[in-house]
Design a protein around this ligand. Sequence first.
Ligand code: HMG
Ligand code: MG
Length: 309
Amino acid sequence: MGAREVGLPDTVGANGLPDRVTIWEVGPRDGLQNESEVVPVGTKLEFLDRLADAGGTVLEATSFVHPKWVPQLADAEELLAGLVKRPGVSYPVLVPNERGLERALRAGVEHVAIFASATETFAQRNLNRSLDEQFAMFDPVVSRAKAEGLAVRGYVSMCFGDPWEGAVPREQVVGVGKRLLDMGCDQLSLGDTIGVATPGQVTALLTGFDGVDRLAVHFHDTYGQALANTLAAMQSGVRTIDSSAGGLGGCPYAESATGNLATEDLVWMLDGLGVEHGVDLDKLADTSAWMAERLGRPSPSRVVRALRG
Ligand code: HMG
Ligand code: MG
């Protein structure tokens, strides 16, 4: 069921929005990395399969990080070995360094993401590197990945606020982002890792870059602003939006980071606006309800709760 089927009026005010967006589904990685229990690999594989069945075309599958840092994703090799890739679906994975890339290449991945921090404290806590040292870690990863023909995304975390440093200057975020683009990243995802941004700040940050063609946005819903921020980004022309099925996730190394924008909440808004996305909301909500049962708690997504009670 979508916004139209519940009898909402035709959309107005969608002018200036893209006709179509790509939903970059982060639930299997960003969602499950934050679970206190390790989800069995078979459940993860079924999750990925259901997400593909629901029409997801970019499914961020796992991370090749140090298993001691993120034990929830220590089964990355096993997951990739069991994954039946669907035609037309991309399965990017996170890699922090050359060791991670080596593991990912051996597992046959075609799409990787490095993940930088806009702040000094989060670079230390998330990567065990200073803000400057992180680039030395990423540079050979991007070069090798490009040479091997892989697509490369660059994340920037803590783009608006940081739990230890407070408000993050826009120039600092743009500086980090541009370095990742200059390094050769095909796409940059700007993350509001702790979910504090409001729409005017999103618009202001996006104007700091030379165009939005290579930009994606990644919002967390801590203060209920994720959809408003997404709309602001779309009005600025952004066409790739990160979200997590059922609103799963946070970040194990960022205090106060609650769930990612729920994919169902995003889909409901896109349907209402008449923006194409290719996801079947019914199948997706079923998947999130199924996963919530496995995790033993209800989905934080408002749309999943409205549709599946
Ligand atoms: P380190 O301890 O500084 O690593 O960790 P190192 O380079 O000093 O190496 C130490 C040992 O670890 C070595 O083994 C390496 O081989 C091994 P030894 O020689 O001692 O036997 N090692 C590895 N093993 C397996 N896989 C690897 C790997 N790398 C080194 N990839 C490191 C540095 C970056 C590895 C660590 O800090 C790490 O894994 N961090 C990842 C943390 C993480 O995944 N956080 C969550 C990401 S979410 C996020 O960032 C936000 C985002 O979601 C956006 C948003 O939500 O806003 C993207
Ligand atoms: Mg996130």
